[in-house]
Design a protein around this ligand. Structure first.
Ligand code: UTP
Ligand code: MN
Length: 593
């Protein structure tokens, strides 16, 4: 069995860092060997985040974040190295060696999750099959009434949980251990509150959690069913909650999943924005009407994890639920969270009483396209709202309006946008710009996490060429000549003398970015690797070495002249003769051939 370290290294070689990072950051090709995008580790408007194709590392010239595919995964998903290895293996579909699990507990966990995925797959198929049974006539009618045809029912794998406590249980029992059934979230038992693990409850006493409901699978980002939400067909007291959801399981955590992200993610990337609706029925109707870049928050406020998840695909969002009504608190919190992550937020407000699902079914998708086409900027909406709440007829009202707006504006991470919004608000409220902006500046003072600007490199062209040649694994001859130049001390006196020396002593296989450089060196090296390589060839190296040699000779001449003066002073004629000979030789060499 492979050692974990070997496994990690092999895996890394199989991975394409551009594709892995591309799942999180929108990357554009910007050179023969590099891609750039907006850094996911700090807020920025113009891309200073680079990924090097052949050297397989990333580097941000804005915040200095840097590393290989594992450090990227560790940093972005806030996970440990072993977890990053696992995550990468999963992405590449490479099975993990058993030993690589850090303990038996973890291996058991992974095994359980695998089983839970299996049982959800089985349950999904079971519910789909049940939707075709005679018993499900009402359910089919209901779905037809909501405008769902067979194709879309199949696409979302919508099903029907029959009104039986045992049908599903008895179907899957033979294929799964009891503990898998207990932990699946698909079943319930009387004393679930006191015995959440079901250890005192035999599986025979367990019954289906979902009964007589339409089932909607909830999928992981990879499209695996990991939970269900199920809508009642009943109305009235006995119906229970309208939507019943799976509980948290080893597979499913509500706060980490976005409904429909698996189906929407590619389109979100393509059209560069996402539509956020509240309910899964809204989501399905919007999606099936041709707006496939839609996800649902499922009636609760966004969590930090969900925002981070979404950020990987876009930062442009059209929120299509009215933050003015029932779900207001959740919507406000979601929007606050998005603001802090520098999302461009726009709102679409439908007429009162309409949710997206109803709107499309009543007015059609063209009407929906039209409202989508003219969303309101979040801050315009907010200012309008403040104006409604505090008509600016008195100084007191203006103060109230400002106090209402300030905390929202403060959340904007980008100073330019913040200033712009403040200006706009000041104008609408009829307040002299400076006063409001001064207030804002005071209030927003704490948000000063200014981004260290990519520093102008103090490197000379010669240094860059040397560093490029020394790190050009694709061109060993070029590298050899650079190594010889370093041996001849041509690099002496350059800014990055010590770095160049070290680069000349490592093997071709060593990834130069993996060495323990200090921050400045790392920055320098990344800059050269990302922007330099394609332009460095034999001719440029020749020219560079010539310049360096000249420089070196000038330096040596100065040294010689000083030594000659000293020898003259001491009347050391022997030494003087030697030095003069060397000087003559130097001058001969320096003359162009
Ligand atoms: P709504 O009550 O607005 O329902 O809840 P809806 O989405 O319009 O549902 P339909 O059209 O009547 O089928 C909004 C969302 O809140 C969550 C669901 O995600 C729902 O889509 N919710 C609502 C629950 O989780 N449980 C509930 O009992 C009700
Ligand atoms: Mn609805």
């Amino acid at each position: 069995m492979a050692e974990p370290v070997d496994f990690a290294q092999n895996l890394k070689q199989q991975a394409d860092i551009v594709r892995v990072i591309g799942d999180y950051v929108k990357l554009r090709k910007s050179g023969a060997v590099n891609f750039t995008g907006l850094c996911p580790f700090h807020n920025e408007k113009s891309p200073s985040f680079s990924v090097h194709v052949t050297k397989q590392f990333f580097h941000c010239f804005g915040c200095g974040a840097s590393g290989d595919v594992y450090s990227f995964l560790q940093k972005i998903d806030n996970i440990s190295f072993p977890e990053a290895v696992k995550a990468l293996a999963l992405k590449l579909g490479v099975p993990m060696p058993k030993q690589a699990f850090s303990g038996p507990g973890e291996a058991a966990d992974a095994a359980l999750r695998g089983k839970l995925i299996d049982i959800h797959e089985r349950a999904t198929a079971f519910f789909q099959e049940q939707l075709r049974a005679p018993e499900a006539a009402k359910a089919r009618e209901y779905l037809a009434g909501r405008g769902l045809d067979a194709e879309n029912i199949a696409r979302f794998r919508i099903g029907f949980a029959p009104d039986s406590g045992f049908a599903l249980r008895d179907r899957v029992r033979g294929s799964f251990d009891d503990h898998v059934l207990r932990q699946s979230g698909l079943f319930s038992w009387k004393d679930r509150d006191t015995d959440p693990e079901g250890v005192n409850t035999p599986v025979a006493n367990m019954y289906s959690r979902f009964r007589n409901r339409i089932t909607f699978p909830i999928c992981s980002e990879q499209g695996k069913v990991i939970a269900f939400t199920a809508r009642t067909l009943e109305t009235g007291e006995k119906a229970g909650p309208k939507y019943l959801n799976s509980p948290e399981t080893a597979l499913y955590s509500k706060s980490r999943v976005l409904f429909n992200l698996d189906k929407a993610k590619e389109v979100i990337r393509k059209v560069e924005y996402v539509i956020l609706v509240e309910g899964q029925m809204d989501c399905i109707t919007v999606f099936t009407s041709g707006f496939q870049n839609v996800i649902a928050s499922s009636g609760t406020a966004f969590t930090e994890t969900q925002v981070q998840l979404l950020k990987r695909f876009t930062r442009n969002i059209i929120v299509n639920f009215d933050p003015d009504t029932a779900g207001a608190a959740a919507a406000e919190r979601s929007i606050a969270m998005l603001l802090e992550e520098d999302f461009d937020i726009r709102l679409v407000s439908l007429e009162p009483g309409f949710d997206p699902d109803l709107f499309i079914r009543k007015k059609g998708k063209d009407a929906y396209r039209e409202v989508l086409g003219k969303p309101q900027r979040y801050f315009d909406w907010l200012i309008e709202r403040a104006l409604k709440m505090f008509p600016p007829r008195s100084p007191e009202a203006r103060v109230k309006a400002i106090n209402y707006l300030l905390p929202h504006i403060q959340r904007i991470p980008n100073a330019i946008v913040r200033d712009d919004v403040a200006k706009n608000a000041a104008q609408k409220f009829g307040i002299a710009d400076q006063i409001l902006r001064q207030q804002l500046r005071d209030a927003a003072g704490k948000r000063s996490g200014t981004i260290k600007s990519a520093q102008a490199s103090g490197n000379t062209v010669a240094e860059k060429v040397l560093i490029c040649a020394l790190t050009d694994a694709a061109n060993p001859e070029l590298r050899q000549r650079a190594v010889e130049a370093v041996a001849a001390e041509l690099h002496r006196g350059l800014n990055n003398e010590s770095m160049i020396e070290r680069l000349s002593s490592i093997s071709l296989e060593t990834d130069p970015m993996s060495l323990d450089w200090d921050d400045a060196q790392r920055q320098e090296l990344a800059g050269v690797l990302i922007h330099g390589h394609e332009d460095v060839n034999e001719a440029l190296l020749d020219e560079t070495l010539y310049t360096l040699r000249q420089r070196r000779m000038e330096q040596r001449k100065r040294e010689l002249n000083a030594e000659i003066a000293e020898a003259e002073r001491r009347s050391d004629s022997g030494r003087l003769g030697q030095l003069l000979a060397e000087l003559k030789q130097l001058e001969r060499e320096q003359r162009p051939q």
